[in-house]
Design a protein around this ligand. Structure first.
Ligand SMILES: Cc1cc2nc3c(=O)[nH]c(=O)nc-3n(C[C@H](O)[C@H](O)[C@H](O)COP(=O)(O)O)c2cc1C
Length: 115
């Protein structure tokens, strides 16, 4: 790796942000609606260099979005306008990304028994 390549890598790493938010669906999503949401999100996130994860249970979402600051900002604004959910959105600088290479999969989560 040349010094120039290393500097480019450092610059890109500085530009990364991660956002985590919790959000409630205005109306419960059907499995079909969830699949469609995931299908579009996967496609558009990949094109924008965004990685992350999305969990849904009982009408609530938790989502992590990470990637280039401008792309994350644009996506957060789009999601904030999505009439299917309500949310408080917050973005913070990230020193590392955790979901690189992962694609959002669909797997019903087993919840621990409540105490
Ligand atoms: C909980 C939730 C999470 C979403 N996550 C993403 C996402 O990660 N990537 C994405 O492109 N769209 C995501 N969307 C969909 C966007 O809100 C929006 O509908 C989509 O980007 C299409 O926007 P457009 O109709 O303005 O083109 C999400 C929607 C909801 C309700």
């Amino acid at each position: 790796m040349t010094t120039e390549e290393a500097m480019t890598g450092i610059q890109q790493a500085r530009d990364l942000v991660a956002a985590v938010y919790v959000s409630s669906a205005v109306a419960p999503f059907t499995p079909q609606e969830l699949l469609e949401l995931l299908r579009r999100a996967r496609r558009d996130n990949e094109a924008a260099g965004i990685t992350g994860m999305l969990l849904y249970r009982s009408g609530n979402f938790i989502q992590t979005i990470e990637g280039p600051a401008a792309a994350v900002d644009t996506l957060l604004k789009r999601i904030a306008c999505d009439p299917r959910r309500t949310a408080t959105l917050r973005a913070s600088p990230a020193s590392a990304i955790f979901y690189a290479g992962s694609k959002k999969g669909r797997r019903p989560a087993k919840m621990p028994a409540s105490r």
